[in-house]
Write a protein that binds this ligand. Structure first.
Ligand SMILES: Cc1cc2nc3c(=O)[nH]c(=O)nc-3n(C[C@H](O)[C@H](O)[C@H](O)COP(=O)(O)OP(=O)(O)OC[C@H]3O[C@@H](n4cnc5c(N)ncnc54)[C@H](O)[C@@H]3O)c2cc1C
Ligand code: HEM
Length: 387
């Protein structure tokens, strides 16, 4: 093992050239199949070795986290590089063939690539619901009741937009899973690739969930400051003072149903939020890494659906008896919480269908490798015969 003045350590017999970019590394390798090429910058190390004259391996150190990505076509070369990296105290992650190294080259230069779609969805939904609720609440009050309640934009409106978008985005984390399940049922096999759009959607569920969690956090914080708001305190005090002045009192009877309703509403909100946070915690590498695959998928999938169920129930109880009141439909438009219950309800109904024993049994068999369609070899044979 040799250490160069710029601090790179390498296996001496393998290394011939230190170069500055992956393309040059590949270029040099083209001269001599057994040539070994290194690339190094302050934050990244790409190493390519060639042991048997086929192709080598590339190692990519991402932002000095101690985690290195290893790519290569030669298993022997990969093993050598992997062993060397382990000796250097790095953690090696196999990322496939040498051609994948080119993709890893761009990794440090990427700007929120996996976050783009979730962030676009969040911004789009926030903008839509903000203007929708602005028209329904503030502009409606100004036009129809001649009241200026624009101050509500800051907290009341925001505290509607955030949980609405959060609930929709939470359901968007679980919608691709049910679509995938129905696709597998329809195709009768798990060995066919999902369409690209579904693949992309499934790959950004983590980011989608974390953005949704952020919005749920905002909802929780906004909710807890409701009692200390000037507008709320003013309304409460002026109602009491008005009643005293007019020598009137609100009928003081205890509505049992109302008590159950509001308590259930808050409990569902709190439990939903607790499970939401749990999902967020397990998605941290330091926590998720300590869980087995089964434990992780139990938390993410089973508890995730439970979270969606609880949060949806929280939304339904919020609607309670308002669903049937004509005054709810200002300018014949449904309120935001009603709109945000559509996607979660669809996801939950589809998930319920998947959980039915007859469907679940078939799906489990498909996931275990069983195929309803002809085996692949037979299919190839049939095609060849037809040709
Ligand atoms: C706060 C928060 C954090 C999150 N963090 C993460 C995270 O860190 N990582 C992450 O991936 N997601 C994360 N998510 C998103 C979501 O919780 C997960 O993607 C969850 O696993 C989805 O569950 P699912 O059952 O819908 O999908 P999956 O379990 O992925 O299943 C989807 C479909 O794939 C197929 N399938 C499943 N298992 C098999 C099998 N063994 N063989 C063949 N086919 C199979 C089935 O058709 C199934 O319906 C997070 C969400 C939130 C809200
Ligand atoms: C700490 C836990 C929570 C508490 C205490 C809580 C409490 C509340 C309150 C008081 C309201 C009424 C707000 C208003 O009238 O302006 C509300 C509405 C709502 N909450 Fe929660 N909530 C919690 C968590 C959640 C979570 C995790 C979700 C799911 C994303 C959620 C989704 C909703 C929705 C969709 C509404 C209706 C918004 C509207 O149109 O007014 N809540 N919640």
């Amino acid at each position: 093992m040799v250490r160069t003045p710029n601090g790179i350590t390498y296996l001496a017999p393998y290394v011939n050239i230190v170069c500055m970019c992956f393309d040059i590394a590949v270029y040099f390798q083209g001269f001599h199949p057994e040539m070994t090429v290194w690339r190094s910058t302050k934050t990244r190390v790409i190493l390519s070795t060639d042991t048997v004259g086929v192709r080598g391996a590339a190692m990519h150190n991402i932002l000095e986290t101690g985690l290195v990505y290893l790519c290569g076509n030669s298993a022997k070369a990969k093993q050598a590089v992997g062993e060397m990296a382990t000796k250097l105290g790095l953690t090696v992650l196999d990322r496939g063939s040498l051609s994948a190294a080119r993709e890893l080259e761009d990794f440090p230069l990427r700007l929120f690539q996996e976050w783009r779609l979730p962030l676009l969805v969040a911004i789009g939904l926030i903008a839509f619901f903000f203007f929708y609720l602005l028209i329904r609440d503030v502009i409606y009050a100004a036009v129809e009741q001649d009241k200026n309640i624009s101050y509500r934009i800051m907290i009341s409106l925001a505290n509607k937009v955030f949980p609405i978008v959060s609930l929709i985005m939470l359901s968007l984390c679980y919608l691709p899973g049910v679509i995938a399940a129905f696709l597998q049922l329809y195709r009768g096999t798990k060995y066919r690739r999902f369409p690209d759009w579904l693949d992309r959607w499934m790959l950004c569920r983590k980011q989608m969930g974390l953005v949704a969690l952020g919005l749920a956090f905002l909802h929780a914080i906004y909710t807890f400051i409701i009692p200390i708001r000037y507008a709320v305190r003013h309304k409460l005090i002026s109602t009491v003072v008005n009643e005293m002045k007019n020598n009137k009192t609100t009928p003081f009877y205890f509505d049992d149903t109302e008590a159950w309703g509001t308590d259930s509403f808050y409990v569902l909100g709190i439990l939903g939020f607790f499970l939401y946070v749990l999902l967020g915690l397990t998605s941290l590498p330091s926590v998720g890494g300590t869980l087995s695959w089964r434990e992780f998928s139990f938390v993410q999938s089973k508890l995730g659906h439970l979270t969606l169920f609880i949060c949806t129930a929280h939304g339904y109880i919020y609607g309670w008896n308002k669903f049937l009141r004509p005054s709810t439909y200002k300018w014949y438009t449904p309120p935001g919480y009603m709109l945000c219950l559509i996607v979660p309800s669809i996801v939950l109904v589809l998930k319920f269908l998947i959980l039915l024993p007859c469907v679940d049994r078939t799906l489990t068999r498909i996931r275990q490798g069983w195929e309803r369609t002809e085996p692949k070899e037979e299919m190839v044979m049939t095609k060849a015969t037809n040709l």
